[in-house]
Design a protein around this ligand. Structure first.
Ligand code: ZN
Length: 564
């Protein structure tokens, strides 16, 4: 597979960086480590799509319900008309896809809404049509230039609906066989003559609750932060976001049970992908009481990596960026929670979508490259999604055999997310052309390379980028995840390993910890401008900017100490 990396186009670099060797090695090689490529989801933690249901909200069915009530004596006037469209999108290019996903008003589902859902968790297996998305839009929605099909014209009474409209809605739910005895507090009369003036509609409730995720570092249940949560029943959909405490309150009320899900899109302008389709990671939690649902996502859950990555990314953007005053990662960041793979790498910051506009023509050639790959079922969808950051999962053996005995799943995800987000901060400063060379260099080396290749030329991009990535990851990790002391020796000692980290991230750590130098991570990142493409150039820039009163000599000596 590495042979492919010699096709040194940026397009190849993008996908190769994302999928084959991944740019950021985080751990030493683990001989004999191998895992299936797809991480099959356990049957207890996935759902399948069952029989089609009658859509109670179709204009046709709502009209039928209204007519039935009228025939039995209802005198109220209801204007049954199309308020929403139930649609299916067929994005075919990354630009197509970008148009859909950047419209945050859309709730994108990778399965049809007018079907039974059996089970809970993630979608069990990749549907044949992985590249379609279902959603419901207002009738006046301005469609982007993306192929789509209107599946049904719908009448969905809104929050200001009259009681008569809501009775029509309920009548339609009954006539289409959608209401079951467990749906209502008291069963409506079976005779329509009585039903139309049955004034006790079941109580309307706004689903609310709290979502948390297990923190394996300290055993706590951390709030799921700023994440999109969805309540829906057929084509009626409500969404909102959890607050900093994991609490949510849906803006739309439901009079009967609804379906609960988390769609891992975050108010801090990033999303997490993890399913084998192009919808953001989707965790379905079943049909529940309309009053609300709360749960904790445990370590064994298919949503555990998504929730933990979500929280770690929030931690970086909301806490680390302001506290350290470093450049914020770009907006609309796409993070792919990938299956574990037989590789010693565990993540990358390929920034594929962020580079999309600059390299749009080249990116279209990704398709052919993806076709050539086998055994990676998520690749085809990755071509549309173009992840910016990839975080690989790990199986239990990884933690059992880890050289750092403090390593655990939550810590692993925080460590890797902070590392890749550090790269994203660097990217936000240097831009796509610089990043293209960085990715290409990593492709050409099949990884980081080593100092036998020297640290100039293309290797310089790796040296500067990874030196910063490892340093800033370690600088922050314990402050934001751990109950361990900040100067955890196990973490810092790894930075000395010349074979693993030829670019010596410990230099930056030493600069920041040296009394009298007054160098901070922010000051280091400020020096990492688009013209700083070698470790030597970084050293000179630090000396130039912060080298007064003889500090340049100290900076020089610290770099020299580690071979630069
Ligand atoms: Zn890295």
């Amino acid at each position: 597979m590495k042979k492919r990396t010699f096709i040194a186009t940026i397009a190849v670099a993008l996908i190769a960086g994302a999928s084959i060797f991944v740019a950021c090695s985080k751990e030493d090689s683990r001989n004999g480590y191998a895992k299936s490529d797809t991480d099959p989801i356990s049957e207890e933690d996935c759902f399948t799509i069952g029989d089609q249901l009658e859509n109670a909200y179709s204009v046709t069915n709502m009209q039928k319900a209204y007519d039935t009530l009228r025939a039995h004596g209802m005198t109220d006037i209801v204007d049954v008309h199309c308020t929403h469209l139930y649609v299916k999108f067929y994005p075919e290019t990354p630009d197509n896809y970008h148009k859909l996903i950047s419209d945050t008003t859309l709730d994108l589902f990778d399965f049809p809404l007018d079907h039974e859902i059996i089970g809970q968790g993630a979608l069990c297996s990749k549907p044949d049509d992985y590249n379609v998305l279902y959603t419901v839009v207002p009738v006046n929605y301005e469609f982007p230039d993306v192929r789509h099909e209107i599946l049904e014209y719908c009448f969905i009474p809104d929050e200001n609906a009259t009681e008569a409209e809501e009775k029509v809605e309920m009548e339609s739910m009954i006539l289409t066989g959608n209401l079951t005895p467990d749906d209502t507090i008291s069963t409506p009369p079976s005779n329509p003559d009585k039903r139309w003036n049955w004034f006790r509609l079941p109580a309307k409730k706004h689903p609310s609750g709290n979502f948390t995720v297990t923190n394996t570092e300290n055993g706590a249940q951390d709030p799921l932060v700023n994440t999109r949560v969805v309540a829906f029943r057929l084509v009626k959909i409500s969404h909102t976001y959890t607050n900093d405490n994991g609490n949510y309150y849906q803006p739309k009320g439901f009079r009967w049970k609804c379906l609960y899900a988390i769609s891992f899109r975050n108010t801090n302008s990033f999303s997490v992908w993890g399913n084998t389709t192009i919808a953001p990671a989707f965790y379905y939690m079943g049909r529940r009481d309309n009053g609300g649902y709360s749960t904790n996502i445990g370590q064994g859950s298919v949503a555990f990596p998504w929730a933990t990555i979500n929280n770690a990314a929030c931690k970086y953007i909301k806490d680390i960026v302001p506290a350290e005053n470093v450049t914020r990662p770009p907006y609309n960041l796409r993070i792919w929670s990938a299956p574990s793979m037989p590789t010693s790498y565990s993540g990358n910051a390929v920034m594929a979508n962020q580079m999309r506009s600059v390299y749009a023509p080249a990116v279209t050639t990704l398709s052919a490259f993806c076709d050539a790959l086998t055994g990676f079922p998520f690749i085809a969808s990755m071509y549309l999604v173009l992840p910016d950051i990839v975080i690989l999962n790990q199986d239990e053996d990884y933690f059992t055999n880890h050289h750092d005995t403090n390593m655990n799943p939550t810590r692993y995800f925080y460590k890797n997310v902070i590392h890749e987000m550090s790269h994203a901060s660097h990217f936000a400063q240097v831009g796509a052309p610089y990043w293209g060379q960085y990715v290409n260099a990593t492709v050409a080396n099949g990884g980081y390379g080593d100092d036998s290749l020297g640290w100039h030329g293309m290797n310089g991009f790796i040296g500067v980028g990874e030196m910063w990535g490892y340093f800033f990851e370690n600088w922050n990790l314990n402050n934001y995840i751990s109950n361990l002391p900040n100067s955890n020796y196990n973490n810092r000692i790894q930075l000395f390993d010349r074979n693993r980290y030829w670019f010596r991230p410990h230099i930056l750590d030493s600069l920041c910890r040296r009394d009298g130098l007054d160098i901070t991570p922010q000051k280091i990142l400020n020096c990492m401008t688009v013209d700083v493409t070698t470790v030597g150039a970084l050293k000179e820039r630090l000396k130039l900017n912060y080298g007064t009163y003889g500090r340049d000599i100290i900076i020089e000596s610290i770099f020299n100490c580690y071979g630069f």
